[in-house]
Write a protein that binds this ligand. Structure first.
Ligand code: ADP
Ligand code: MG
Length: 367
């Protein structure tokens, strides 16, 4: 059973939102469940409706239809301050004239928490994000990563049951993002608070999330654990958005025990790929093969799928190399290999090689 099925802490039911004066809904009939203590991500390109959905959860936007339940309670018509929710904004929205401590304690002061108690809570929060020594500084005296941690501490001050994070690491450079990702994940696991994060960065969503939803044009295309969605994409869009994918147009010629046999447009021979549900002969589909699932070898091996090709371009990235392989009919496939040996021999441009992969390492996509 998935975590969500065990305990749907957050339930989004058929939520639709169209902004006035626009043709297409920003969020279109979205339904999903998030389990208690999950780190859940909404992943999609810019404009896919992620922030709108997050703002609906926070109560800053009202859906045209549908319902939001938090911990079993319908909160659809509740104002933001009556929801057990806090939101961390992409810009962090820190008060520039206030110290770090006052920023973190702002909401507590507004709620009338006595000073002594507030001071203790602020101390605990700043220790939690390793900023205890910088309590008196102003936001402009901090690095980007430190400002991010102030915003996080402030968002957690009132013990929200659900924390919403809109592109929380978007303002950080790449190296800092990576270390901050691990800190954020460790903190979430320790606190046990349910996190829903919005991001357009697939690596970030994959690194942090227990599950993620891929969004496009306001719709949720697929929901699952990062490895499930990566290894078993159900649509072309998801296959291409989450990682790199080779997509081969094909027609089904047969199906048995979860494996489809296929004829690929422009290639001779028969291909095999994983297809959990039965498919009838003649159905038009695509075969998706990830670049790292394809082997390059000098002679044809006994793999389920084989193609002859020529190395067109080589990109040496250090840990991996990516090859653009020319095939018959001016087609190309992308292949990625791991450089596990120092100074290992690498295929060179112009070299003729066989590309092979097994049925288990490719999936049939019907949409
Ligand atoms: P994302 O966060 O995935 O980038 P948004 O939820 O911000 O996407 O936006 C989804 C769509 O709604 C976009 O087409 C955007 O232009 C539109 N949109 C967002 N906010 C407003 C608004 N306040 N008024 C009108 N249209 C908006
Ligand atoms: Mg956004």
């Amino acid at each position: 059973m998935s975590p969500a099925a065990a305990s749907p802490f957050l339930r989004i039911e058929n939520v639709t939102k169209r902004y006035e004066g626009t043709d297409a809904p920003a969020v279109a009939n979205v339904s999903l469940d998030v389990g208690r203590g999950e780190f859940f991500s909404l992943l999609g390109a810019s404009g896919s409706g992620k922030s709108t959905l997050l703002r609906i959860l926070a109560g800053f936007e009202t859906p045209d239809s549908g319902h939001v339940f938090i911990d079993g309670r319908d909160v659809t018509d509740l104002p933001p301050y009556e929801r057990p929710v806090n939101m961390m904004f992409q810009s962090y929205a820190l008060f520039p004239h206030m110290s770090v401590a006052d920023n973190v304690g702002f909401g507590l002061k507004q709620d009338g928490m006595p000073k002594a108690q507030r001071t203790k809570r602020i101390e605990d929060l700043l220790d939690m994000v390793h900023l205890g020594s910088k309590a008196k500084r102003k936001p402009h005296q901090l690095s980007g990563g430190e400002r991010q941690r102030v915003a996080l501490a402030r968002a957690l001050a009132k013990h929200p049951k659900l924390l919403l994070l809109d592109e929380p690491l978007g303002a950080l450079d790449r190296k800092l993002r990576e270390s901050t990702q691990f800190e954020l994940k460790a903190l979430q696991a320790r606190l046990g608070i349910t996190f829903v994060m919005v991001t357009h960065d697939q690596d970030e969503a994959m690194t942090l999330s227990s599950r993620l939803a891929v969004m496009d044009h306001g719709r949720v295309l697929q929901i699952g654990a990062p490895n499930e969605v990566y290894e078993s994409p159900t649509s072309r869009h998801v296959a291409e958005f989450l990682g790199a994918a080779n997509l081969l147009d094909a027609a089904v010629t047969g199906w048995a025990s979860g494996i489809a046999t296929l004829a690929c447009d422009g290639f001779d021979g028969s291909f095999k790929a994983t297809a959990p549900s039965p498919l009838s002969a003649g159905t038009r589909v695509a075969i998706a093969v990830r670049p790292e699932k394809i082997r390059l070898c000098g002679a044809a091996d006994d793999a389920d799928n084989k193609l002859h090709g020529q190395v067109k371009d080589v990109a040496y990235i250090g840990d991996v190399s990516t090859y653009n392989m020319w095939l018959a009919g001016a087609r190309s496939l992308r292949v990625q290999t791991t450089n596990s040996k120092r100074g290992g021999a690498m295929p060179a441009s112009g070299e003729e090689l066989w590309l092979s992969w097994d049925a288990a390492d490719a999936v049939v996509i019907s949409e």
